[in-house]
Design a protein around this ligand. Structure first.
Ligand code: SF4
Length: 355
C-alpha cells in the first residue's frame, strides 16, 4: 500500500494534479511544433496511448503561435489534453504561448533575465490561470549554486528553490517542480529532499535516460522508487525512441505499483518443459491487453501444465502449454483444452467475457 505525500492541487487545462489526484503521465513531442499537422498527429498518438499531459518545444514565436492551431485541431478530434509550452530564456515566447492558449509553461524564471520581464510572464500566467513548471536538471544548474553545492542532489534542490523564491516574491504559487538527473541515485535523493521542502507537486523523471531498454530500466528504478515512497504527482519516462513508448513504459511503472488500473500479463520464462510455441502468443496477448484500457485483470501465459496453473493461480485466467495445445485455467483451476492454432482467439474471447 502506497501512502502518497499530498501536495498542493494544481490545475493544468482540464486536468488536476497534486493532492490525491491520479499520477499523470507526461510526454513530449519531437516534431517541430510549428509543423502543426505533424505535431497534432503525434499528440493524438500519445493521447491514445494514455498520455495525460504533453509538452511541446517552443524555440521561437512561430512555435508558440502554433499552439493555437494545434489546440483547435485537437479539439476537432475530441482530444482534450493539456499542452505545456517548453521555453528557455525568452519571455516573449512565453507570453506568446500563453496568448495562444497553452495550459502550462515550463520555464525557469531565473533564466529569463531582469525582474520586469519575469513579472510580465508571471502576470500573464495569473491572468490566464496558467501554472509554471520550474524544471532544473544537472545540466542547467544555476552557476552560483553549482559553485556552492556542486553537481549534487542538494544543489539541484537549491537551484529549484532559487527559481521558486523568485516566483513567490511576485505572489505566484501555481508551481510544479522537477529536478531531473541522469544519475538515478542523485535524482531519487533530490526529489526526496524536495518533497520535504516544498508543498508543490513534483514532476518526476530521469533525464537523458537513454535508449529504450536502458532508459526504461533507469526510469523504472528512479521514478518507481520515489512513487513507492509516496513521492510524485506526474511522471515522464524520457527515452531516445518514439515518445509513444515513453507512455507505455510509464503505464507499466504505474501499473506495477498498483497506481493505475491496468491489465496485467504474467508469463513464465519458459524452460525445457515448454512444448508449444508460447512466445508469439504472449506478445499478441500483451498487445491485446494494452488495447483494453483501464481494466483490472491478470492474465497468465505459462509454459507447461505441470507447474503453470499452480504458479499462476493468482491470475484471473490463463493458459498452460501441453504438446501443441494449451490448458485454459481460471484462478488455478483447469477449465478445458485449446488447440495451438486457436489459443490466441479463444483466450481473447474469454478475456473479453470476464471484463
Ligand atoms: S511454468 Fe513450466 S515451462 Fe514455465 S518456467 Fe515453470 S516449469 Fe518451466
Amino acid at each position: 500500500m502506497i501512502n502518497r505525500i499530498l501536495k498542493k492541487e494544481i490545475k493544468i487545462g482540464n486536468l488536476f494534479i497534486g493532492t490525491n489526484h491520479p499520477i499523470a503521465i507526461q510526454s513530449m513531442t519531437n516534431t517541430p511544433t510549428k509543423d502543426v499537422s505533424l505535431t497534432v498527429k503525434q499528440i493524438g498518438d500519445l493521447f491514445k496511448a494514455g498520455c495525460n499531459i504533453v509538452r511541446v518545444a517552443c524555440l521561437d514565436i512561430d512555435d508558440a503561435k502554433a499552439i493555437k492551431d494545434i489546440k483547435e485541431q485537437l479539439l476537432k478530434q475530441s482530444i482534450d489534453i493539456p499542452i505545456v509550452a517548453d521555453i528557455h530564456f525568452d519571455y516573449r515566447i512565453a507570453i506568446e504561448a500563453i496568448n495562444a492558449g497553452c495550459d502550462k509553461v515550463r520555464i525557469n524564471p531565473g533564466n529569463i533575465g531582469d525582474i520586469d520581464k519575469i513579472k510580465m510572464v508571471v502576470d500573464k500566467c495569473i491572468e490566464h490561470h496558467i501554472p509554471i513548471r520550474i524544471g532544473v536538471n544537472t545540466g542547467s544548474m544555476d552557476s552560483e549554486i553549482l559553485a556552492k553545492y556542486g553537481r549534487s542532489a542538494y544543489g539541484l534542490v537549491m537551484s529549484a528553490k532559487k527559481h521558486v523564491d523568485i516566483l513567490e516574491s511576485l505572489g505566484f504559487y501555481d508551481i510544479v517542480l522537477s529536478m531531473k538527473a541522469s544519475d538515478v541515485n542523485m535524482m531519487i535523493e533530490a526529489y526526496t529532499i524536495a518533497s520535504n521542502m516544498f508543498n508543490y507537486p513534483l514532476h518526476l523523471g530521469v533525464t537523458e535516460a537513454g535508449t529504450f531498454l536502458a532508459g526504461s530500466v533507469a526510469s523504472s528504478i528512479g521514478i518507481g522508487s520515489l512513487l513507492y515512497n509516496g513521492i510524485g504527482d506526474t511522471i515522464r519516462v524520457s527515452l531516445t525512441d518514439d515518445p509513444v513508448k515513453e507512455v507505455i513504459v510509464a503505464k507499466e511503472i504505474l501499473g506495477s505499483l498498483g497506481l493505475i488500473n491496468k491489465p496485467k500479463l504474467i508469463s513464465c520464462p519458459t524452460c525445457g518443459r515448454t512444448k508449444y510455441d508460447m512466445m508469439p502468443i504472449a506478445k499478441e496477448i500483451e498487445e491485446f491487453l494494452n488495447s483494453l484500457g483501464n481494466v483490472r485483470i491478470t492474465v497468465a501465459i505459462m509454459g507447461c501444465a505441470v507447474n503453470g496453473p499452480g504458479e499462476a493461480k493468482d491470475a484471473d485466467i490463463g493458459i498452460a502449454g501441453g504438446v501443441n495445445e494449451a490448458l485454459l485455467f481460471k484462478k488455478g483451476e483447469v477449465v478445458r483444452k485449446i488447440a495451438q492454432d486457436d489459443i490466441v482467439e479463444e483466450l481473447k474471447k474469454e478475456i473479453l467475457a470476464m471484463i
